[in-house]
Design a binder for this molecule. Structure first.
Ligand code: XMP
Length: 313
């Protein structure tokens, strides 16, 4: 990071204040590192002129909405949680193509925020876009949920507000440093990245409430069993196929295939699979099979990025 963290924070706080002027803003908080840091900067700049909104899209990690609300309340930042699960699941219904799912998520995300912005009469939306999001979208790797202007969508005419992105020049390590310097608890600034479209990126095929519940449970198991490791990201993915399995009484049945994905990476642009011990892998396998009775396969993903990406869509 070229500027020191303190100088960066001062510069961005000033820039947010200047951009918003006499107006007011909404911060799109998702519980991930980036939006948490962007929200703290927005709060420093605007105080009560900024409202932090957490949209519960139904695609979050377990207990995420309440944990985020409580953690931010401790920092003096009130978070409004809006339950919009239905809207997101309706938008995702029947969609299996990765980019179609991403577009459906993005459109719903901005529409839902447009409604919140309109209601609050805010003119600005603060969001935690970082440099890697822009690079990946520009390269055409995948449509990151929070990229608009960079791909030619004008949020002002499309959704009725301007977007402020204080972190767009930083990669993840820089965001973490800024978060720490800005007083964010370690539980947040050291948190593993979690993509905006949430568990929909970890569910191949249709993202239904039932399938999302399965992958949520599997992700929690993987997160718990890899706690303390220095991996960049650890999670599980529900595959679309239904591999054949066999019951204890010898009857054939089909079931869910779950892939476990742990990667080491500096900035998410490239990644290597984490060398988990066999013992740890077996523990993860045992828990997935015990806690997700529909599972008939548990796999460990060995692919680096490239040619793979970190998430599955
Ligand atoms: P991929 O899967 O492209 O992911 O290798 C690189 C990093 O970006 C995260 N990711 C996203 N983050 N919105 C985000 O805020 C998104 O749409 C999105 N898609 C992927 C991913 O978790 C990884 O850390």
């Amino acid at each position: 990071m070229a500027l020191s963290c303190k100088a960066f924070i001062c510069e961005q706080v000033e820039a947010i204040r200047e951009a918003v002027g006499d107006g007011c803003a909404i911060s799109a908080l998702s519980g991930g590192v980036d939006s948490a840091v962007a929200t703290v900067l927005g709060h420093k700049a605007l105080g009560k002129k900024m409202e932090a909104i957490f949209i519960d899209d139904g695609l979050m990690r377990q207990d995420e909405p309440s944990e985020v609300r409580d953690a931010f309340a401790k920092m003096g930042i009130a978070v409004q949680v809006l339950n919009r699960k239905r809207r997101f699941f309706d938008a995702l219904a029947g969609k299996t193509d990765p980019e179609e799912k991403r577009r459906a998520f993005r459109d719903t995300f901005y529409r839902v925020f447009a409604e919140a912005v309109l209601k609050s009469r805010a003119q600005f939306l603060i969001q935690g876009t970082i440099k890697a999001d822009i690079i990946e979208t520009r390269k055409g790797v995948k449509t990151q949920h929070n990229i608009l202007e960079q791909i030619g969508i004008d949020p002002q005419s499309g959704y009725g507000y301007q977007v402020i992105e204080p972190l767009k020049t930083l990669f993840k390590p820089g965001v973490r440093e800024v978060g720490k310097a800005a007083g964010l608890p370690a539980a947040f600034h050291q948190r593993m990245p979690f993509p905006g479209p949430g568990l929909a990126t970890r569910c191949m095929g249709e993202a239904t409430p039932k399938r999302i519940a399965i992958v949520r449970k599997a992700c929690k198991i993987v997160e718990e069993e890899t706690k303390g490791l220095k991996a960049f990201q650890c999670f599980a993915v529900l595959l679309a196929d239904r591999p054949t399995g066999v019951t204890k009484t010898g009857r054939r049945r089909d079931g869910d295939a779950l892939a476990v994905r742990c990667v080491d990476s500096e900035n998410a642009i490239s990644a290597e699979p984490t060398r988990l011990s066999w013992q740890r892998l077996m523990k993860i396998r045992d828990r997935i099979l015990a806690e997700i009775p529909t599972a008939t396969k548990v796999l460990y993903d060995l692919t680096p990025k490239p040619p793979s990406t970190i998430e599955y869509i």
